[in-house]
Design a protein around this ligand. Structure first.
Ligand SMILES: *Cc1c(COP(=O)(O)O)cnc(C)c1O
Length: 365
């Protein structure tokens, strides 16, 4: 029998790939060569055992006495079809934050490599760059918060390992133009393109994760923290080629998603109808809130949004922020973020919460 070549990482869909891609060339050599920790639950994959004496667990206090499934296979089997990807194209982590950090640890050599990112955007890309001693190169969006692929590519060099794109973007709320994102995907040669789709459930645009087979250099992030209403359990996802997901799996901590989280995630996935109702309620409220915000005397500019929040520029963001806090209402003050001067980021709440916000803002003098 011919032994499978364990070095040849299978990529079933490369024939349809729109870009040439040599993964080994862009992965840190220590990660490429890494022999992962082999845990007891990795070695035993049999079906019929009932006496587990392999992991030094306490035999009492079932089921919490047992280590969880390191690859979360049951959860991935439920999640992947829902997301239109294969389980083998799925990484699950302790929030998206774990996936973001792993991207740095897998692809970026400290004090040597750099990453390019749209700006303004989600703050964790920069924090993780700093933690990993990787140069972070922000590229400003235009005045409508759109990205220019050529401006991003112009900031890339031979040591650029990641381009960070967030769509719908936080804190601006808008989708990046798909053609611009795909231009980056087709022309960025020295690393991976990460597209964070944390808010895609609130958007009418087709999720980019459905294009994974065309782009072997693409990583898409998702989370249970927003539309799936489960921020407390910390479950983030990365979707990418099997080859990239194998790198995530061998680099992560063995038991990175605890058993309680896996169980709760399965439970919310089984309540899909309820989640869809919440999302459509939030989208309805978005339709109601936007024109009402636009009518406010304090409104200087209101940006279109594809997410469950809206960025509004006001007469005096610091003062209005403090005024709302005094009334027990907390929004996100983005006044000190470049291009977001006098901007408040407001999450869409329940109808009652949104009404309370509007009436407070109407009374502001
Ligand atoms: C909220 C958010 C996330 C979610 O992060 P988790 O760690 O999964 O809670 C990811 N990306 C962006 C852009 C976000 O705004």
């Amino acid at each position: 029998m011919i032994q499978p070549d364990t070095n040849a990482i299978p990529q079933p869909a490369t024939s349809r790939a729109a870009v040439d891609f040599d993964l080994q060339r862009i992965v840190r050599p220590n990660i490429w060569a890494l022999e992962p920790y082999s845990c007891a639950r990795d070695e035993f994959k049999g079906m019929a055992a009932h006496v587990f004496l392999d992991a030094n667990e306490n035999p009492y206090h079932s089921p919490l006495n047992r280590y969880p499934d390191p690859l979360q296979e049951k959860l991935k089997a439920a999640l992947a079809p829902l997301k239109g990807v294969r389980p083998t194209q799925t990484f699950l982590g302790n929030g998206s934050d774990e996936a973001i950090d792993l991207v740095y640890r897998i692809f970026c050599r400290p004090a040597q490599d750099n990453v390019v990112a749209i700006a303004p955007t989600y703050g964790m890309y920069k924090v993780c760059a700093d933690v990993n001693d990787v140069e972070y190169r922000p590229v400003l969006l235009d005045e409508n918060f759109q990205m220019d692929a050529h401006k991003l590519l112009a900031r890339c060099d031979a040591n650029t390992r990641v381009v960070w794109i967030c769509s719908p973007n936080n804190p601006t709320g808008n989708n990046m133009q798909r053609a611009e994102v795909e231009t980056v995907l087709r022309n960025f040669r020295s690393g991976v393109v990460v597209v964070d789709e944390a808010y895609s459930d609130f958007s009418a645009a087709e999720p980019l994760r459905l294009q994974l087979d065309r782009y072997p250099n693409l990583i898409v992030l998702n989370t249970l923290s927003k539309a799936w209403a489960s921020a407390a359990i910390r479950l983030g996802m990365a979707f990418a080629s099997e080859a990239i997901i194998s790198l995530f799996n061998k680099t992560k901590y063995p038991y990175n998603v605890n058993a309680l989280t896996q169980e709760q995630a399965l439970s919310i996935l089984s309540e899909r109808d309820k989640v869809e109702q919440w999302v459509s309620q939030i989208k309805n409220e978005r339709e109601r809130l936007l024109p009402a915000l636009y009518e406010l005397p304090i409104c200087r500019r209101l940006y279109p949004t594809d997410a469950n929040f809206v960025l509004i520029k006001v007469t005096d963001a610091d003062a209005i922020y403090r005024y709302l806090v005094e009334r027990g209402i907390v929004v996100r003050n983005r006044n000190r973020v470049q291009l977001c001067e006098n901007g408040l980021r407001i999450t869409i709440g329940t109808p009652q919460e949104n009404t309370e916000l509007l009436s407070a803002l109407r009374q502001y003098k």
